[in-house]
Write a protein that binds this ligand. Structure first.
Ligand SMILES: Nc1nc2c(ncn2[C@@H]2O[C@H](COP(=O)(O)OP(=O)(O)OP(=O)(O)O)[C@@H](O)[C@H]2O)c(=O)[nH]1
Length: 947
């Protein structure tokens, strides 16, 4: 399973997972070079690239951890809060239980003796909250009801009874246990008792007052006083005393009345007391109660402790939360800063490395010969005007779209500090063609291209030669234009003419690495002389190292001046034989036919000089001269066989396509079975349409042919993308420099001949303005192919075809890829269409229009609705849903939408000027009397291209 388990993830989910914002993720992806991994926009954008996802996880690892930690802490806090709540509840319950316990204890005490009842009741009725179990016990234990109140004042100065009662109770339990002697011993003045904190003393304290002492009773009384002190002073000693008295007692429960309001507890208690009055209290129980009482002290302690523990827990949680937050704010931000810094440094290093590599790569230009000035400038990342001026300084006048020869490219590259490597489109995958043995080589016909300035008579010359040199018997069918033709002179010698006059086609072919032409016939009209294109043609021929034969045409014309032409040629480096040079020159007239034989003779002589030879006994090697899709025939192309012999049935590779020769035809439509060197034939059987200039090579078998073609397609695609990427990068920096305001229309231009491609490119480039630009990402001669469509698809380009058609496979691909292919046969139409497209790219002009103003006269607060403004429309009209601004004292304080609009009680859609209405503004309640509500609308207007 090579497939990754990774599934695409939406951006908002990712943001949640990583604990960062969407923008941050987008930014990070860009920084990490994964901007492409995100498809779609906004929170719903989808990340499909696992690698990018991993990179994000790594990058935001820290944020995720922080989020997790915070979550933990929050949970801990919530847990603590829950626990605290439960404890409080438990406590409450406990409290209740305690109350019950106390009550039962009281009951027990009460039961102990009926006499104590009155005292108990008295004590119970005391409002002091401080009363504890002891109070009740005191009550029960006191067998001397009347005395108690009397003694109290003695024991305590303030609130004597209360305290005393409670105190008594505390000791009361002890009392029964204590022996009467002890009580007697304990006899001491009440005052003393007051001062004496010791329990033993206190126990005795009451005695003197009570005079006749029943052992238990007095002790209780005193105990009450002692307890009071004890409460004020050291409880320990009291406890000690109690312990002493209560030795062996058993703890059976805890009672804490400290929290229980005396008032609340008492009524119930009283009732119960009454209820249980009659019940006899077993002694043990009394003891138990006493013990409980003894426990009274530690209990609050425990409670306090418990509380403290709880508080500590909360504190801890709070503290760690605070710490985390602090960390987040300070420490963490430091860590974060460090991480960021590291990340930045890492990225900077990567970028530097990449930049270095790129710089090295960038210093090396891998180009095909005859790339245009503009393309060369683009590859070097310099402004085209710099290249043009550099060449101008070197004495060469070139245009932006002019194709440059190898020397010129080399020169420019040197000037700008670049290395040049000339490549063909699929340099790496040339088919090795074995060298011919000299003995196998036989003389062959020259292949001739006619070049010259426009209207100097190239076509007329070619036509004349063709028509007058038709070998008898061959004139079967109608002459068809297949891009080249082969003529046999009366003496049996042959010449092949390339039928696409002009140096553009010649150069376009050379740009594709095709070296077809053996001899150039340079046509110069005798009446016009050397013109710019004549010079270009000379340069191109020279650059290609192709010998020139000059044909001075239109010599039949009265104004013809061949001498002047020869002189001009000499001035331009072409020294004709008449001027003592090596270049042959014929004076001809395509009208009269004068001098044409002489011209052909000179061409053949030139061919002889160069000993043009080929081996007819080997698999064919040639060049695609023309290609097109023909109805009923499919992909057809003219192959000019340059070496070897082509036969029907031969498998072949042509550029990035392959096939097998199904049938061959000559230029008159006659079927042929074989085609030897220099013979142009129309070949059927191409899998895809080849491009003009493609090398045609016969290979041993069709399978191999297909494999090579596929490999080449892949290489070409990569090259296209590489080139595209480079352009994009340049464009990006350029756009950034321009503040990213530029919009662009990418175009791929294909034309029938290089001239028309240039003309169209120039015209379209001129449509560019500061805001929208035409970018020609690729242009070429020949049919629109699949690779064009792929490139267009990859770069969102439109394909403009001038006098060419897409191949059927390209058409299908374009449909699949939604690539727009526009076909034209009139340049003007193409320009108009592109202009329209550019206008579409211009962002519409947005203007704002105030449609109405209302003045707030009153405001109403309506529950669940908010504040509604009672207004009067003073200008225009306002509508529900209108965008509005609230203007207060001339200042816009809010911008929003009208959410409700009412006339009296009815909802209305619109209110006109002069009427009153109620207006509710969405999410805005701060409306005040005197505010103005200004309704406005945005009007978008399509802009026109100003060129
Ligand atoms: N008198 C005279 N007119 C000629 C001769 N050759 C061409 N012409 C005329 O010159 C004009 C241009 O000729 P073309 O053959 O179309 O010239 P071209 O160089 O092919 O032109 P483009 O294809 O536009 O570059 C036509 O009107 C021809 O009739 C010639 O030898 N004598």
């Amino acid at each position: 399973m090579a497939q990754s388990k990774f599934k695409k993830i939406r951006l908002f989910k990712l943001a949640r997972e990583l604990n960062v914002g969407i923008d941050t993720i987008e930014q990070q992806l860009k920084e990490l070079g994964y901007a492409h991994a995100l498809s779609g926009r906004g929170a719903n954008a989808v990340l499909e690239d696992e690698e990018a996802y991993e990179a994000l996880l790594e990058a935001f690892d820290y944020d995720r951890k922080v989020a997790a930690r915070l979550k933990e802490l929050r949970e801990a806090r919530a847990e603590a809060a829950r626990a605290a709540k439960v404890e409080v509840e438990e406590e409450v319950e406990e409290g209740e239980e305690e109350v019950e316990a106390v009550e039962s204890a009281e009951a027990l005490v009460e039961d102990e003796g009926e006499e104590s009842e009155a005292a108990t009741e008295a004590a119970v009725e005391e409002p002091a909250a401080r009363e504890t179990v002891a109070a009740k016990e005191g009550a029960h234990a006191s067998e001397l009801p009347e005395e108690v109140p009397a003694e109290m004042p003695v024991a305590t100065d303030e609130r004597p009874e209360v305290v005393e009662v409670s105190a008594t109770s505390a000791v009361a339990e002890a009392a029964p246990v204590a022996e009467s002697e002890r009580a007697v011993e304990a006899e001491a003045p009440a005052e003393e008792a007051d001062e004496m904190p010791e329990a033993s003393v206190t126990v005795e304290a009451p005695e003197p007052e009570t005079e006749e002492v029943v052992p238990e009773q007095p002790s209780e009384m005193e105990a009450g006083a002692a307890e009071e002190q004890e409460e004020k002073a050291e409880a320990d000693e009291v406890i000690r005393a109690q312990r002493y008295q209560l030795q062996g007692a058993k703890i059976i429960g805890k009672i804490d009345l400290s929290k229980i309001e005396g008032d609340e507890a008492r009524p119930g208690k009283r009732k119960r007391k009454r209820k249980r009055k009659a019940k006899p209290a077993p002694e043990e129980e009394v003891v138990k109660v006493a013990v409980e009482d003894e426990e009274e002290k530690p209990r609050p302690k425990r409670k306090r402790k418990r509380k403290r523990i709880r508080r500590v827990d909360e504190e801890e949680v709070e503290q760690s939360l605070q710490e985390t937050l602090r960390e987040l704010e300070q420490g963490v931000s430091r860590i974060r800063q460090r991480r960021r810094r590291e990340r930045r440094e890492r990225h900077a290093q990567e970028r530097a490395r990449e930049a270095q590599q790129e710089a090295q790569e960038a210093r090396k230009l891998r180009v095909t010969e005859y790339i245009s000035t503009g393309e060369l400038a683009e590859l070097m990342g310099v402004d085209v005007s710099e290249v043009i001026s550099t060449l101008f300084n070197a004495g060469m006048i070139v245009s932006i779209n002019q194709r440059l020869d190898a020397d010129t490219i080399q020169f420019v590259a040197d000037e700008f500090g670049y290395e040049v490597e000339f490549i063909t489109d699929y340099n790496e995958l040339e088919i090795e063609i074995p060298e011919d043995r000299p003995e196998d080589l036989q003389p062959r016909a020259p292949i001739v291209t006619v070049m010259g300035h426009v209207d100097h008579g190239k076509t007329s010359l070619l036509d004349y030669i063709r028509n007058t040199n038709v070998v008898a018997g061959e004139a079967g069918g109608i002459t068809q234009h297949i891009g080249a033709y082969h003529v046999e002179l009366p003496d049996g010698r042959h010449i092949t003419f390339l039928d696409t006059p002009g140096h553009e086609a010649f150069t376009a072919m050379r740009a594709r690495g095709a070296k077809v032409t053996d001899i150039v016939i340079l046509v110069v009209a005798a009446d016009d002389g050397v013109m710019p294109q004549t010079i270009e043609a000379i340069n191109h021929a020279k650059a290609a190292g192709v010998p020139i034969v000059v044909a001075i045409t239109k010599i039949d014309k009265p104004e013809a001046n061949p001498q002047r032409v020869m002189q001009q040629l000499a001035e331009n480096g072409v020294l004709v034989e008449q001027y003592g040079g090596q270049v042959q020159c014929a004076l001809v007239s395509a009208k009269t036919g004068e001098g044409i034989d002489d011209l052909l003779e000179k061409v053949l002589l030139e061919a002889e000089l160069h000993e043009l030879k080929a081996n007819p006994d080997r698999p064919a090697v040639g060049t695609i001269i023309e290609s097109r899709v023909e109805k009923g025939r499919g992909n057809v192309a003219t192959v000019l066989v340059q070496n070897g012999t082509l036969r029907v049935g031969d498998p072949f590779v042509a550029g990035v396509t392959s096939g097998r020769v199904r049938a061959m035809f000559d230029e008159r439509g006659n079927r042929v079975e074989v085609a030897g060197p220099t013979i142009p034939v129309l070949v059927l059987g191409f899998d895809e349409l080849p491009e003009v200039g493609d090398q045609f090579v016969v290979v041993p078998d069709e399978k191999e042919a297909r494999a090579i073609a596929q490999k080449r397609q892949q290489i070409r695609r990569e090259q296209m993308l590489r080139k595209q990427r480079r352009i994009s990068l340049d464009e990006i920096s350029r756009r950034m420099a321009q503040g990213d305001r530029l919009k662009e229309l990418n175009l791929i231009i294909k034309g029938d001949v290089a001239g028309s491609v240039e003309a169209l490119s120039d015209a379209l480039l001129k449509l560019s303005t500061d805001e929208v630009a035409v970018s020609i990402i690729h242009s070429g001669v020949g049919a629109i192919t699949e690779s064009d469509v792929m490139l267009a698809s990859a770069s969102n380009a439109i394909i403009v075809g001038f006098q060419v058609r897409p191949t059927s496979s390209a058409r299908q691909l374009a449909e699949r890829e939604h690539v727009d292919i526009r076909l034209y046969s009139v340049i003007y139409q193409a320009i108009e269409d592109v202009r329209d497209a550019l206008e579409g790219l211009l962002s519409p002009e947005k203007t704002e229009r105030v449609v109405g103003v209302a003045e707030v006269r009153e405001t109403f607060k309506i529950p669940k609705v908010g504040t509604v403004a009672g207004c009067r429309v003073i200008e225009g009209r306002i509508r529900r849903g209108d965008r509005v601004r609230i203007i207060r004292n001339g200042v816009v304080i809010y911008e929003g939408t009208i959410s409700s609009l009412k006339r009296f009680k009815d909802d209305v859609r619109e209110v006109q000027s002069g009427y009153e209405c109620g207006v509710g503004i969405e999410n805005f309640n701060d409306i005040k009397v005197g505010d103005q509500i200004e309704a406005f609308e945005i009007v978008e207007q399509r802009r026109k291209l100003e060129v």
